[in-house]
Design a binder for this molecule. Sequence first.
Ligand code: SF4
Length: 241
Amino acid sequence: MNAIAPQVSSATPLPSAAELDRSLRDASPAEVIAAALKAVGRDKLALVSSFGTESATLLKVMADVDPAIPVIFLDTGWLFEETLAYRDTLVATLGLKDVRSIKPAEETLSREDPERDLWFSDPDACCRIRKVEPLTRALKPFSAWLNGRKRFQGNARADIPVVEDDGARLKFNPFANVSREELEAIFVRAKLPRHPLAASGFRSVGCMPCTSRTAEGEDERAGRWRGRAKTECGIHTMKSS
Ligand code: SF4
């Protein structure tokens, strides 16, 4: 079913994150996305996706609600070729109508990472210029965003609400409540294609230098920034403006 994007008057006050979180606490992912659309309208809502190993599931649920919701993809300059190909596969498979690939500012890269080794010397700074700053710019026109974090991923994600306020806009986490088994069921039911690297042991895929395979029994995000204290890139802790 494709929802018709509601027209939201600029004079309509947005419901608070706390109110929405209360009313959507037990809602399905599709109901959360439909509620986000209703709250702000399609022109003011974006979904942020890494086109990683689990991304197809949220994109599928979104496409069933409205495939024209803008999707922001951060092309950091360090992604695997397989991820770029997977983005194109999912755009075609799901009929996504508005995927925007966002790149870091060239002048910032030349100034702060001329040798492309910042990921090694200062990964927080690298994530800032390649992910956080470009996303902050890309989100400026929007009043709300959707993302695919799950509580079962643990660490900083263990307690995420369904709806929160990131300091500048509403942030919807439609998969906050879902289990790993439910995600797998979406993959199977919709016959979704897998990320090309999933079959070779990559259970969470980000940038090339900061992604490694995970061993049996390891946490699925253990391969990200392996050997460092870092577990998040910063886009979910930023206070955007
Ligand atoms: S994940 Fe690694 S390469 Fe990608 S932006 Fe962060 S530090 Fe840089």
